[in-house]
Design a protein around this ligand. Structure first.
Ligand code: GLU
Ligand code: ZN
Length: 311
């Protein structure tokens, strides 16, 4: 096996792509899918897919199967069975009950507005109030604040103490389990060793690492890819809602995503099949080639190609 950073000698690599089915795949999510796929294959690992449909009000009917069909059209075939968070509520409840029995959870009545007035970070107002009843959010008493961690691409990440120490919500007032809780339970249950995803999750990762510790597990390694953002004057997205990538003609976006990941596809690949492009990418991907940035600006060229403007 070639030497790659982040690879572990003992433990086989298990990676994943975990899209939220709030809409079709767009260029940014293709980058996360492709980056996690290539990194898993470079480590001779598995690449799993999980549909993060826990936030039901934001789920768009049919988006999950559309995402899966798009991944296939782009040559990104996953190992094993797809996991749907909506089918795992009992498991999330079981972990919540366990934390509850350890005295680590409390109900909170504070509104978003009140917390915003306090500067946006929750101050533990309800910690000792022993509130009971309905219409409460559940918060975890933070026992394992994480002040910094090492990201495989972004390096040393510092978290502000108030953010690290915050008692965050694990079950929302509307009864839905919070992303922060379920993502860790899923990563544990799927045996994930390596998370490769967008840099929008750089700060929440600290919380997730703390929750692994709370649950008695080792956290995976993390690699946060730069985010594709619209360059000024170019509208990539309407309120973060970027256009869907083309399922019928995947080659152009696939090649653009490889450029984004720091690769330089050979010109002949313009006429290659998806599988040929993916094979080429597997031979040329290396984590050391990834762009060291939190954001990369993109726009569209005259022929519709994605132009990158590293900042
Ligand atoms: N479901 C999240 C998203 O689509 C990604 C979560 C993760 O990769 O941990 O933004
Ligand atoms: Zn409160």
């Amino acid at each position: 096996m070639t030497h790659l950073d982040g690879g572990s000698k003992a433990q086989p690599y298990v990676g994943r792509f975990a899209p939220s089915p709030s809409g079709p795949l767009h260029f940014g999510s293709l980058v996360a899918a492709l980056g996690s796929y290539l990194d898993a294959h470079a480590h001779h690992g598995q690449w799993l897919v999980r549909i993060e449909d826990i936030d039901t009000p934001r789920v768009r009917p049919g988006a999950d199967s559309d995402i899966l069909r798009t991944l296939e059209a782009y040559g990104l075939h996953w190992h094993g069975e797809v996991l749907w968070q909506s089918q795992r509520l009992e498991r999330y409840q079981q972990v919540t009950a366990q934390l509850q029995s350890q005295g680590l959870i409390y109900g909170c009545q504070c509104t978003r507005k009140q917390i915003k007035e306090l500067g946006g970070i929750y101050n533990g107002h309800c910690r000792e109030r022993a509130l009971t009843g309905r219409d409460l959010a559940l918060r975890l008493k933070q026992q394992h604040p994480v002040y910094h961690y090492q990201d495989r691409l972004q390096g040393h990440i510092d978290i502000s103490p108030s953010e690290a120490q915050e008692d965050y919500i694990i079950k929302r007032r509307d009864g839905l389990f919070a992303y922060q809780l379920v993502v860790v339970i899923d990563d544990i249950d799927q045996g994930i060793t390596d998370v490769v995803r967008g840099a929008d999750l750089l700060i929440p990762t600290a919380r997730q690492i703390g929750l692994f510790t709370q649950l008695g597990r080792n956290a995976p390694r993390y690699l946060h890819l730069p985010l594709a953002v619209a360059s000024p004057g170019f509208k990539l997205s309407k309120q973060n809602y970027a256009p869907a990538i083309d399922k019928e003609n995947p080659q152009p976006a696939l090649l653009d995503a490889l450029h984004f990941l720091g690769l330089t596809p050979e010109p002949e690949l313009v006429n290659a099949t998806v599988n040929e492009i993916i094979n080429w990418a597997q031979q040329h991907y290396h984590p050391a080639r990834l762009r060291h940035a939190l954001e990369v600006q993109v726009s569209k060229g005259e022929n519709g190609q994605t132009l990158l403007h590293p900042v």
